[in-house]
Design a protein around this ligand. Structure first.
Ligand code: ATP
Ligand code: MG
Length: 429
């Protein structure tokens, strides 16, 4: 007796990318690699799993990610606390420290891949999503902050995207944040009645994050709170000015958003987000900034750093709004055959065609000509190559041009000797 098996489905918030849409992903990835190479960025691949303490330390205990979004578990084999990376930066920095990459020279590096956060799934918010993560490690000046932002403006242009705005702020340095923090806590204490539960819990541990709230009832309070920007000293303001001037040089518009604080603890000085109205509630496509303290915090020799992460799902959503990408054809040549001898010959001929760089599908199984032609049409191939007894006897194949415009002056179907098959197809497919 066969036992019925409950169908297994993908996890909530984790999406399959199917063949019809994977071409968009691959196209975007190829564009991104070229774009990054144009600025000297080199690829890194760090593990998906890391020690939990890397993230609790690197991201900060009192953050959305560490408090409630991490996929963490105990490895039952050795009792280690592990976490699926919720972002790239901590792992990238760990790897650069571990491999002494920062002793010789600064590094421009990037990574692409999945990250994991246990959030409520909705449009633009998933539990496994993908980031393009870019980090410039060992650079202190505003020149690199500006270069990263200019780079991003180029990416939007390469992808044909409009309506993405730049928001900019400065978080200053630790002593400036400390002075602001005292003023902010005092302000929050005066407005306790409008604070939600999360805000009350965070007002002493991470008051800045209270201002990053999405709670509409707290917006007015947050708008009128003391602004960190007003606590910045001369050096921080000069750094910010340096970024702004370079953005003006490049003709990039920005808006100073004094409430922009970013979700992670490790940022200082420049922070920025690129946002759009075209994605519903999840409008942030890219977030980044400077994190000069992180390398030392994670045990490395102190070195400044700046970087950003782009959410690929949100970016692809924008790309598909900008223009419907057509799924590429499965193959260029579809081989149709009748009888075992013809099938075996077709398989060998197909290998020769592939030697010449053609993309070929040989029909699998035995079906009538009619259904094979239907499959050939659906495959998007430009030519069907037909082999039956007559063709085998005359050492030739029938070639049928499936797209009218490719037939040219030639008849729609013609007989081509096996010895000429590769050349004829190569010339016209
Ligand atoms: P949000 O405010 O939307 O939660 P965040 O500040 O948590 O964003 P970052 O940690 O800065 O996001 O991640 C960088 C980018 O990754 C975001 O700008 C966004 O495009 C994307 N992103 C973040 N969380 C998700 C998610 N759950 N699903 C899909 N994309 C996401
Ligand atoms: Mg988030």
């Amino acid at each position: 007796m066969t036992q019925s098996f409950q169908k297994v489905r993908a996890l909530t918030g984790m999406k399959d990318v199917l063949p019809d849409t994977s071409a968009q992903w691959e196209g975007l990835e190829a564009t991104v690699r070229d774009w990054l190479a144009g600025y000297g960025y080199r690829n890194m691949r760090t593990p998906v799993l890391e020690h939990t303490r890397l993230f609790t330390r690197g991201i900060g205990e009192v953050t959305d990610i560490v408090e409630k979004e991490m996929y963490s578990f105990t490895d039952s084999l050795n009792d280690e606390q592990l976490t699926m990376r919720p972002e790239f930066t901590a792992g990238m920095v760990r790897a650069c420290i571990e491999h002494n990459m920062l002793y010789e020279r600064p590094q421009r590096v990037y990574a692409l891949g999945p990250v994991f956060r246990h959030e409520k799934p909705q449009r633009g918010r998933y539990r496994q999503f993908h980031q393009i993560d870019v980090e410039a490690l060992g650079f202190a000046g505003p020149d690199v902050d500006a270069e990263l932002i200019v780079m991003l403006a180029r990416l939007w242009k390469l992808l044909g995207l409009a309506d993405i705005r730049l928001e900019l702020n400065s978080l200053g340095q630790a002593h400036e944040r400390a002075a602001h923090r005292a003023a902010l806590i005092e302000y929050l204490e005066q407005h306790k009645s409008v604070l939600d539960e999360e805000a009350l819990r965070r007002m002493y541990t991470n008051p800045l994050r209270v201002l990053d709230t999405k709670n509409p009832a707290m917006q007015a309070m947050a708008d009128n709170a003391p602004r960190l920007f007003d606590f910045l000293g001369e050096a921080s303001l000069a750094h910010f000015q340096g970024v702004c001037e370079r953005l003006q040089d490049a003709g990039i518009a920005y808006r100073l958003n004094p409430r922009l604080v970013r979700g992670l603890d490790y940022y200082n000085l420049t922070v920025f987000e690129w946002v759009t109205d075209r994605l519903g509630a999840q409008g942030t496509v890219c977030g980044g900034g400077r994190y000069d303290g992180l390398i030392e915090l994670l045990g490395g020799k102190p070195a400044p750093a700046v970087g950003f992460a782009i959410g690929m799902e949100r970016l692809l959503d924008l790309c598909s709004q900008a223009g419907e990408a057509e799924a590429p054809p499965e193959c260029q040549v579809y081989m149709i055959h009748q009888g075992e001898a013809a099938q075996r010959r077709a398989a060998l001929l197909a290998e020769e065609l592939r030697d010449a760089g053609l993309r070929v599908i040989v029909h699998a199984g035995s079906s009538g000509f009619k259904s094979q032609f239907r499959r050939a049409d659906a495959s998007g191939a430009k030519a069907a190559v037909i082999l039956g007894d007559d063709e085998l006897a005359s050492d030739s194949a029938s070639v049928k041009w499936l797209r009218q415009e490719d037939a040219g002056e030639q008849p729609q179907q013609e007989s081509v000797g096996f010895d000429r098959l590769t050349t004829v197809l190569k010339n016209r497919v």
